[in-house]
Design a protein around this ligand. Structure first.
Ligand code: ADP
Ligand code: MG
Length: 373
């Protein structure tokens, strides 16, 4: 995650891209993007995250100029580009199927757009060399795409789209074609290249881990609009709604009613337990809320916790081993099933709990988020 330290004298970030109240309606009926506004700062990697069909690609394609907004404006570096054709924008887009030219070498693939623009030969050679170094592909310059691994092809595609030095780079599901392990290493390689070039980037993905590891800020999208925009740790630890909490990572949500509403704490009564939240929330006594609690914030034990708050008990009905951690599914007496994740930080795998055991789940008073909607 590329989060800059917050310094007091940090200069105000320079806005590169400004999207203002943009709506896109296809065929007069399909509202793909619904009144979206956002700003992307220079040098930022900004992710549009959401499930299939929520409008991510449509929004990106409007930034690129392949679609025209039905309503709203798009500005780049202060210039209104809403109606500018794609080739007149200092923007490059890398598509999901990033198809390299199969009959051209890596070198020629990178040079292709520069040649088409009529750049002088010497300058092209210099630029291509730079890009090859950046992608650490110097020794593969003369290979054809099919002689490269998937991750290497991805890096060629990326530096090819950076070769013209666009001000804004748009990536639509850039790693969709790669398997999980390769995605993880390629994510970091792409971020390194993007940061080294210093290009501003908007990235579309449906993969929350990809958004979290690559982006400096994330917009969580649903049905054409933004549910929440924030830094990765903020949307993860402080989701503003059940939808966001649910979309980003795993979460248990308890339905309950605010019982005590104080400046320094609230209590929420649920059928399964009473939550004691160690800070105030915006809400009032009697209000119906959801209490979101991430599995990794729950501790399991066979001993009854002290006190009356922040614990519940149930039966272990499932144990799922993931290597680095294990997830236990606990069926509470109300019938609700919660997940608790324990780190496997020793090689002794038995935390003492097995299928069918009764267990206590407990958590501390800053572990949960109270959600009004
Ligand atoms: P995402 O990239 O998040 O999966 P899209 O932006 O591709 O979503 O699509 C958003 C919605 O707009 C979907 O309902 C999709 O069917 C519709 N849509 C996308 N492109 C077109 C198009 N060219 N014509 C009509 N409807 C479209
Ligand atoms: Mg898409």
């Amino acid at each position: 995650m590329a989060t800059a330290p917050k310094e007091i004298n940090q200069p105000a970030p320079e806005v590169l891209l400004r999207v203002e109240n943009v709506t896109k309606i296809y065929d007069g009926t399909v509202k793909a993007v619904d009144d979206v506004s956002l700003t992307v700062n220079k040098g930022e990697i900004f992710a549009l995250l959401g499930g299939s069909g929520c409008g991510k690609s449509t929004l990106l394609r409007m930034m690129a100029g392949f679609e025209t907004p039905t309503k709203g404006k798009i500005h780049l570096a202060g210039q209104d580009i809403t109606n500018l054709p794609p080739y007149q924008r200092p923007i490059n887009m890398m598509f999901q199927s990033y198809a390299l030219f199969p009959h051209l070498s890596v070198w020629e693939n990178i040079a292709f757009g520069l040649k088409r623009d009529g750049m002088p030969k010497g300058q092209i050679a210099e630029r291509v060399e730079k890009m090859l170094n950046l992608a650490q592909l110097g020794k593969f310059a003369q290979r054809k795409p099919h002689q490269l691994s998937g991750g290497q092809q991805q890096r060629v595609a990326l530096v090819r789209s950076l070769a013209k030095r666009p001000q804004l780079l748009l990536l639509d599901e850039p790693l969709g074609a790669l398997d999980k392990k390769l995605r993880e290493t390629t994510q970091l390689e792409l971020v390194n290249i993007i940061e080294e070039v210093g290009v501003t980037c908007v990235l579309v993905t449906h993969d929350q881990e990809e958004a979290m590891t690559m982006a400096s800020r994330i917009a969580v999208m649903s049905e054409g609009y933004f549910l929440q925009v924030g830094e990765p740790d903020t949307v993860y630890e402080m989701p503003n709604s059940r939808k966001v909490a649910d979309f980003i990572g795993n979460v248990n949500i308890f339905d309950g009613v605010i019982e005590e509403d104080e400046a320094d704490h609230v209590t929420v009564r649920c059928p399964e337990c009473v939550h004691y939240v160690g800070h105030g929330v915006s809400g009032h006594t009697g209000m119906e809320v959801g209490v979101a609690l991430r599995p990794e914030k729950i501790m399991l034990s066979d001993k009854k916790p002290k006190g009356e708050y922040n614990w519940c008990q149930g039966e272990v009905i499932e144990i799922v081993y993931f290597g680095a951690h294990t997830t236990y599914h606990l069926k509470l007496d109300s019938g609700k099933v919660i997940k608790a994740q324990e780190l496997n930080n020793t090689r002794d795998l038995s935390c003492g709990l097995t299928w069918g055991d009764r267990a206590y789940a407990h958590w501390n008073d800053l572990a949960m988020v109270v959600l009004a909607q």
